[in-house]
Design a protein around this ligand. Structure first.
Ligand code: AMP
Length: 285
């Protein structure tokens, strides 16, 4: 595995690989790798000749009150894990390399951001779209891999790839969970022991909602209210939102049909956790 810190060098390597007919799979991350990231890496490894992993904690996608400075980082461990898991090139740029001067052109995401995390995290998805655009131009992958844990991000990237004609296939990976159902996240390290015990109820509450739907409930507000009641009874964290939309359009719906997402965010003392389930509603059911 080779660690690349220079944009020019990464671009040169990717160009040469493409010219020699190799397919490139790309997994963008912010590091502090866990099994969720490794599932993306595994899938990308299987589907491509060459695997590029990027690690970059992107300041543009953090708000002023958010955890950019305290976001967990461990370069040595991440490099070892990347190597063990078959990464060919680890792209590890500095902030100075990625943003040598303020951007003169920005991207503003218009659709799919006035809901869920986008409602409070103003500008977050603009920052994501900008860094992913830069990374796509640097790595020039054939396929790029994203986790459905960040379903709103997947919806935004799907729009970005379509709007700007990136010749890149978007590949998604199911959320990887701890044994009790908690979605793996770099931010789980911030949970206190008590919060960690309660955190399993995030996914449990989503499964409770799924069960309501499977038993025939089709009214989104009834489903949301019942999940809220279930969850608020079991955790001390503050529920930021529980919402239900069409997926990937993220539009409100009156009656459930086709593909829907139930997503939630909970603020614990130091960690803000998100989770979701995406469901296919059978026709005429
Ligand atoms: P991050 O480093 O948090 O930006 O995540 C990098 C990629 O890993 C994103 O596409 C995430 O959606 C994905 N990811 C993070 N956690 C998980 C998980 N528990 N299961 C599957 N994918 C995940």
């Amino acid at each position: 595995m080779k660690i690349i810190r220079s944009i020019k060098e990464m671009q040169r390597i990717s160009k040469n690989l493409r010219e020699s007919g190799k397919s490139i799979g790309f997994v963008p991350t912010m590091g502090y790798l866990h099994e969720g990231h490794l599932a993306l890496i595994k899938k990308a490894r299987e589907e491509n000749d060459i695997l590029v992993l990027s690690i970059f904690v992107n300041p543009l996608q953090f708000g002023p009150e958010e955890d950019f400075h305290s976001y967990p980082r461990d370069e040595r461990r991440d490099s070892e894990l990347a190597k063990e898991n078959g990464v060919d090139f680890l792209f590890f740029p500095s902030i100075q390399e990625m943003y040598p001067q303020p951007m003169t052109t920005t991207i503003k995401v218009k659709e799919r951001v006035d809901v869920l995390c986008g409602r409070k995290r103003i500008g977050h998805f603009d920052g994501v779209a900008m860094v992913i655009t830069k990374l796509f131009h640097i790595v020039q992958p054939d396929r790029s891999y994203f986790g459905l844990k960040d379903a709103q991000q997947v919806a935004v990237i799907e729009g970005l790839i379509r709007d700007y004609n990136f010749p890149i296939q978007l590949r998604t990976v199911e959320t990887v969970r701890e044994d009790d159902g908690l979605a793996k996240s770099s931010r789980n390290v911030y949970l206190t022991e008590k919060e960690r015990r309660q955190a399993k109820y995030l996914y449990q509450s989503l499964l409770f909602g799924k069960d309501l739907i499977e038993k025939g409930e089709r009214n989104p507000s009834v489903i949301i209210e019942k999940i809220k009641f279930y969850l608020s009874d079991r955790i001390e964290g503050e529920i930021d939102y529980i919402e239900l939309y069409s997926f990937p359009q993220l539009k409100p719906i009156n009656v459930l049909k086709k593909k829907v997402i139930i997503a939630l965010a909970v603020q614990f003392s130091k960690a803000r956790l998100i989770d979701n389930v995406i469901l296919d509603i059978p026709d005429g059911a």
